[in-house]
Design a protein around this ligand. Structure first.
Ligand code: NI
Length: 138
């Protein structure tokens, strides 16, 4: 997992109140930091691929502790649910507890992004990233 860095953000109080409302809607387990991380991730992905219907290939890299509850089973089940998009998976046992998985996905940008959001948003996934690219227009 990358080093966790704290930073301050100055924001109009009305805007912050609206943002807190958004955070609250997302459930009791979500705090400001998690919501900001999700927004930043979305912005990065959106800037790389504009159209949700674009055909893309992507990789998901994620690190998790295989001993966390039924996390391994959950992640496995999610990948089976999306077997059409998940074309390859590599699992590396990093140490006694931590696992690295690198998945290759292919499909509609919207679908690939949705699968990544679900996997990376699964409780217990410590760190992860989706990188999308496309062969169209290259
Ligand atoms: Ni492992």
């Amino acid at each position: 997992m990358g080093k966790l860095v704290r930073f301050g953000v100055a924001m109009d109080e009305d805007l912050l109140a609206s943002f807190d409302g958004l955070v609250k809607q997302r459930g009791p387990g979500v705090n400001r930091s998690e919501a900001v991380r999700d927004l930043v991730r979305e912005a990065i992905v959106d800037s790389a691929v504009e159209d949700e219907d674009d055909e893309v290939v992507g990789t998901i890299t994620m690190v998790f502790n295989h001993g966390t509850g039924d996390l391994s089973d959950k992640l496995d089940a999610l990948q089976h649910e999306h077997h059409r998009e998940v074309v390859s998976a590599m699992h590396v046992h990093l140490d006694a507890h931590n696992c690295l998985e690198v998945l290759v996905l292919r499909g509609r940008a919207g679908d690939v992004k949705g699968i990544a959001d679900t996997l990376l948003g699964t409780k217990g996934v410590k760190h992860g990233r989706l990188v999308m690219t496309t062969t169209s227009g290259l």
